[in-house]
Design a protein around this ligand. Structure first.
Ligand code: NDP
Ligand code: 8X3
Length: 266
C-alpha cells in the first residue's frame, strides 16, 4: 500500500541527532521529501545520506539556529526555494516537526544560570514559535498537513533542577493547544508527542559534555530510543486527514512517573 507520506514535503528541526535524525530516516523510509535543519551541518550531511538510503525521494539540509529569527527566516526562504522547483509552483509543506530543543544544566533555581535559562527558552519555546510562524505560509489548508511538536513528560510534571526546562516544555504544551484553536478549520493538524526518558544526546547536552553523568541517567533501565519516537512521529503524521492525535505521553516501561524509575542491579 502506498504511504500517505510518499512524495510529501517534511521539514524537521533539530535533525542532526536523536529524535530528529531518526525521524529523517523514518520519513525517508516512507518516500517523503525532506528538509532538514540544525546548527551542525556536518552531522546533517550524514543524516541526509542515511535518509536517502532509507528511501527518501529527496533530502536536503541547511543550517538552522532556531534561537535566531534571522536564521529561521533564511532557512525558510531556502526551504521555499526547494519546494518551488522547475516543475512545481506549489507551496505544500505537509509535515512540520518542531523537535529542536533540549535542557541545559540541572541546577536548582537558587544557583541557576541566566545563560542556561535563556538557551532553554530560546530553543524550546521561542524557537518553536518562530519556526511555526515562518512555516505556516508554506502549508496548504485542508490537505491533511500536520504540525508535530516535541514536548516532554517534563511539561506535565516538574522535577528539581529542571524548573526552566519544565516551564519551557509546559510552554510547548500551551503553544500546541493554542495553535490547534488558531488553525481550526484550516485542516492543519497540531499534535504534541511528550516522551519520558529517551537515550539520545539530550543528557550529554544537559551536562555539557559530561558523558559519565549522562550515562547515569539511564543506568540499569531500558530507556526509549530515538527510533521509538521517530516511529510515533511518522504514525501521528500519517493518520487520515480527519484524525488529529492531540497529545501523546510516551514513557519507557521502566518509568512509572517522573523520577520513579525501575533500575536493575548490576
Ligand atoms: P539531542 O540532543 O540528540 O537532539 C537535539 C537536537 O536539537 C539536535 O539535532 C540539535 O542540533 C537541535 N538543536 C538544539 N538547539 C538548536 C538550535 N538552537 N537550533 C537548531 N537546532 C537545535 O536530543 P533529543 O533528540 O532527545 O531531543 C529532541 C527533542 O526532544 C528536544 O526538544 C528535547 O527537549 C525533547 N525531549 C527529549 C527527551 C529525552 O529524554 N531525550 C524526552 C522528552 C523530550 P544542533 O546541536 O546541531 O543544532
Ligand atoms: C526529557 C525527559 O525526564 O529527562 O525531556 O526531563 S526528562
Amino acid at each position: 500500500m502506498k504511504s500517505p507520506l510518499k512524495n510529501k514535503w517534511v521539514l524537521i528541526t533539530g535533525a542532526s541527532s536523536g529524535f530528529g535524525a531518526a525521524a529523517a530516516k523514518a520519513f525517508g523510509a516512507h518516500g517523503a521529501k525532506l528538509l532538514l535543519g540544525a546548527r551542525r551541518v556536518d552531522r546533517l550531511e550524514k543524516v541526509d545520506i542515511s535518509a536517502k538510503k532509507a528511501g527518501a525521494t529527496q533530502a536536503w539540509f541547511h543550517e538552522l539556529d532556531v534561537s535566531q529569527t534571522a536564521s529561521v527566516e533564511k532557512f525558510m526562504a531556502w526551504a521555499k526555494g526547494k519546494m518551488i522547483g522547475r516543475r512545481s509552483r506549489a507551496l505544500n509543506l505537509h509535515v512540520l516537526v518542531n523537535n529542536a530543543g533540549g535542557a541545559h544544566g540541572l541546577d536548582p533555581v537558587a544557583t541557576g544560570r541566566d545563560a542556561d535559562w535563556e538557551t532553554t527558552f530560546q530553543t524550546n519555546v521561542l524557537g518553536l514559535l518562530r519556526v511555526t510562524r515562518a512555516a505556516l505560509p508554506l502549508m496548504p489548508h485542508d490537505a491533511g498537513a500536520s504540525i508535530v511538536n516535541i514536548g516532554s513528560i517534563a511539561g506535565r510534571s516538574a522535577y528539581a533542577g529542571a524548573a526552566a526546562y519544565c516551564a519551557a516544555k509546559s510552554g510547548e504544551l500551551a503553544i500546541t493547544r493554542a495553535l490547534r484553536q488558531e488553525l481550526l478549520g484550516t485542516g492543519i493538524r497540531v499534535s504534541t508527542i511528550d516522551p519520558g526518558l529517551a537515550e539520545t544526546e539530550f543528557s550529554n547536552v544537559r551536562f555539557k559534555g559530561d558523558q559519565k553523568k549522562a550515562d547515569e541517567v539511564y543506568a540499569g533501565m531500558n530507556p526509549l530510543t530515538a527510533a521509538d519516537i521517530a516511529e510515533i512521529i511518522v504514525w501521528v503524521a500519517s493518520r487520515p486527514p480527519h484524525v488529529n492525535i492531540d497529545e501523546l505521553l510516551v514513557k519507557p516501561t521502566d518509568q512509572a512517573e517522573m523520577g520513579k524509575v525501575y533500575r536493575r542491579k548490576k
